[in-house]
Design a protein around this ligand. Structure first.
Ligand SMILES: NC(=O)c1ccc[n+]([C@@H]2O[C@H](COP(=O)([O-])OP(=O)(O)OC[C@H]3O[C@@H](n4cnc5c(N)ncnc54)[C@H](OP(=O)(O)O)[C@@H]3O)[C@@H](O)[C@H]2O)c1
Length: 194
């Protein structure tokens, strides 16, 4: 059984972006120390085009070999002309409006989202599934999430896009690793309480 991990950046007050979802203010925290952490421990979460821009070249996947995004999150790459933003993994995009995939590496999940995620989790393999977001798809998949990796940056948004676009319900997680960084970022790992 493979894990579904929601690996997400947020403000201190738990928003993953401004009210429109824009998360660019958080990029300011990707400094040398933090980038070394991402590169060393979560290299696959760096988009393929971002790696090239940083001159990082090929990096081996360490935690994930599959990524799931909602269509609104995938649109950010499409708008830049990038059809396969995570070409080093199998890419799935949830969408009921994208009928045809813009890229051979990207598979559209049109319906049966939860069933498809359960199929992927049931596959054999050492590496897990990276749930990239955004809010809506994370809310719909909350019951399937096995692990949270929450990258909290030292900023308050006041309001914004919530981590989970879901109805109120209490779901318990157990705190695992906590990493702190010189720039004030904190990365906490939680596993679902069974
Ligand atoms: N801070 C971070 O680390 C981080 C990470 C990722 C994203 N984000 C931000 O999140 C924002 C986008 O989040 P969002 O909540 O607006 O949208 P989203 O979750 O990325 O995508 C929503 C879309 O996914 C599709 N979808 C949702 N549920 C589905 C289902 N059950 N079956 C099939 N398709 C389904 C629909 O696409 P269709 O409309 O095509 O049907 C829906 O409009 C972006 O602005 C991005 O910046 C932040």
């Amino acid at each position: 059984m493979r894990k579904l991990t929601y690996f997400i950046a947020c403000s201190i007050d738990g928003f993953i972006g401004d009210p429109s979802g824009d998360a660019t203010a958080m990029l300011a925290f990707v400094d040398e120390e933090y980038l070394a952490f991402l590169k060393g421990e979560y290299p696959e979460t760096l988009p393929t085009h971002g790696r090239r821009a940083l001159g990082l070249g090929d990096l081996e996947n360490k935690r994930f070999d599959t990524i799931i995004q909602g269509r609104a999150s995938y649109d950010l790459a499409l708008k830049e002309g990038v059809t396969s933003p995570y070409a080093h993994m199998r890419e799935y995009v949830a969408s009921r409006t994208l009928t045809e995939s813009p890229d051979p590496n990207v598979e559209i999940i049109g319906d049966r989202l939860v069933d498809k995620v359960r199929e992927l989790k049931a596959e054999d393999g050492d590496l897990g599934i990276y749930l990239c977001g955004g809010s809506q798809i994370a809310g719909e998949l909350l019951d399937e999430i096995d692990e949270l990796v929450i990258k909290t940056y030292p900023i308050v948004y006041g309001t914004g896009m919530p981590m989970f676009g879901s109805d109120f319900a209490v779901t318990e997680f157990t705190l695992g690793e906590v990493r702190t960084f010189g720039n004030g970022a904190v990365v906490r790992t939680y596993s679902r309480k069974r």
